[in-house]
Design a protein around this ligand. Structure first.
Ligand SMILES: Nc1nc2c(ncn2[C@@H]2O[C@H](COP(=O)(O)OP(=O)(O)OP(=O)(O)O)[C@@H](O)[C@H]2O)c(=O)[nH]1
Ligand SMILES: [Mg+2]
Length: 415
């Protein structure tokens, strides 16, 4: 199997990283209204909500994923989330927990920057009022930039000498230097392609080095903004400011604390709640539902205020959409490998259950790479798509295209 996709949650202390992690997973990461509640990174599985292939064939009843879930054609595909320690300005110089959290981030494929838009925490995560969260977006990006740049600059003299001495290509030298950030040659090439008329590496000055690092950051750490704590009365004006200033950034409005609360009440059968939607039902709404328990006045009032402040105003708590935004940024396509292309059965696990497996791959990936990701280094005899049509190895996957595949392997054949 290939490497798993990892989404990193970053942000200043007390912005709500751990709360967001908890809202999306079964994790129980420690949450606190004081900076540096999290020190060691928390890793947990979240579920990316997608339209399942079973829906296309009206086979929702038979769909039973090996991992994650499928509810009437809405499928939750496991995806790894990483919650790291809070970052403060000048972390790259060792402030706060310094570079520790930065190294914890290396395996992330993209970032979700959790921004506290309530204005109730300062740049260091301490309680305040009227703080402008616009600042946080700028300095956080800059910290990551300075961290990568600093690491590279520190060694640049010897890197350059070796590069000249060994007559390596620019790509090869950079791969050796940036490979530690879990970036393959392809990613580094992509970054370099973004710089027109790139001079030879031995001629790079400080400015060029900075441009290369910026380009690398864009490729290695594409970022979604989670504008969190929208339940707070001061959030609106801060949200507008951020969206005006960063119209091109992907931003999702969230209230993680609300999601955690609703999921908890749903687990205790006080409400019926469909995550990602505005629909919350209490015993008062559906008195005939035997599974629902009645709530006291205080809880009922809280639900009422959540509806008014979050659900009806924004359409949802936003956290389900947050993962979808990250998947869009990474251009992930869900692919369903099946053993039997006619029944969609098989895969790993038995019975007449269908579409048991689903993996996330980058759009444009050749189907043969998908096969390798799933089965490793085997010799593929044939690849079939829906209707038993042969699919050529070089053909690529996209949303709704070559996303249901059956791989025929040469028995015992290994490359
Ligand atoms: N009002 C409101 N408060 C929130 C929300 N999300 C988190 N909080 C609160 O913000 C505080 C910090 O939350 P954490 O999840 O611990 O923040 P963190 O970013 O993990 O903080 P560190 O681990 O210290 O870096 C807690 O008091 C949370 O209850 C939200 O959506 N709305
Ligand atoms: Mg935390």
């Amino acid at each position: 199997m290939g490497r798993e996709i990892v989404i990193g949650l970053v942000g200043k202390p007390s912005s709500g990283k751990s709360t967001t992690l908890n809202s999306l997973t079964d994790a129980n990461a420690k949450v606190g209204a004081f900076p540096f509640t999290t020190i060691d990174p928390n890793k947990a599985t979240g579920y990316l909500e997608i339209d399942c292939a079973c829906k296309r064939f009206n086979l929702q009843d038979k769909c039973k994923p090996n991992y994650g879930f499928c509810r009437g054609g809405k499928r939750g595909v496991p995806i790894m989330l990483l919650d790291v320690a809070g970052l403060v300005p000048n972390a790259h110089l060792g402030r706060g927990l310094g570079n520790k959290f930065l190294s914890d981030l290396t395996e992330a494929d993209c970032l979700i920057h959790i921004v506290d838009v309530s204005g109730t925490t300062d740049a260091e995560g301490k309680t305040t009022r009227g703080y402008d969260p616009l600042n946080d977006i700028e300095w956080l990006q800059n910290e990551i930039f300075q961290w990568i740049l600093g690491n590279l600059k520190e060694r640049w003299g010897s890197v350059r000498r070796k590069h000249i001495g060994t007559k390596q290509t620019t790509l090869e030298t950079l791969r050796q230097q940036l490979g530690g950030y879990v970036a393959n040659t392809q990613k580094i090439a992509q970054a370099l392609d973004r710089i027109p008329n790139l001079p030879p590496l031995e001629d790079w000055d400080d400015e060029m080095l900075e441009r290369v690092v910026r380009a690398f950051m864009d490729v290695k750490f594409p970022t979604v903004l989670a504008l969190n704590k929208i339940d707070h009365p001061d959030a609106d004006k801060n949200v507008s400011k951020i969206i005006l200033k960063y119209p091109k950034s992907k931003a999702v409005l969230t209230s993680s604390i609300t999601e955690v609360f609703l999921r908890k009440l749903a687990a205790q059968n006080f409400i019926k709640y469909i995550p990602g939607t505005e629909f919350v039902d209490t015993k008062e709404d559906i008195p005939d539902d035997p599974n629902l328990k009645p709530m006291d006045e205080k809880l009922l009032n809280r639900i009422e205020s959540i509806r008014d402040l979050v659900l009806y105003r924004f359409g949802s708590t936003g956290v389900v959409q947050l993962l979808q935004a990250a998947a869009e940024l990474l251009q992930l396509v869900p692919v369903f490998p099946v053993r039997n292309i006619n029944s969609f059965g098989g895969g790993s696990g038995g019975g007449d259950a269908i579409f048991r497996d689903c993996i996330l791959v980058k759009r444009g990936t050749p189907v043969v790479s998908v096969a390798r990701k799933i089965m490793g280094d085997v010799t593929i005899a044939a690849i079939e798509g829906v209707g038993g049509m042969r699919v050529s190895e070089e053909d690529t996957v996209d949303i709704g295209k070559n996303d249901i595949l059956s791989f025929k392997v040469v028995p015992g054949g290994r490359n």
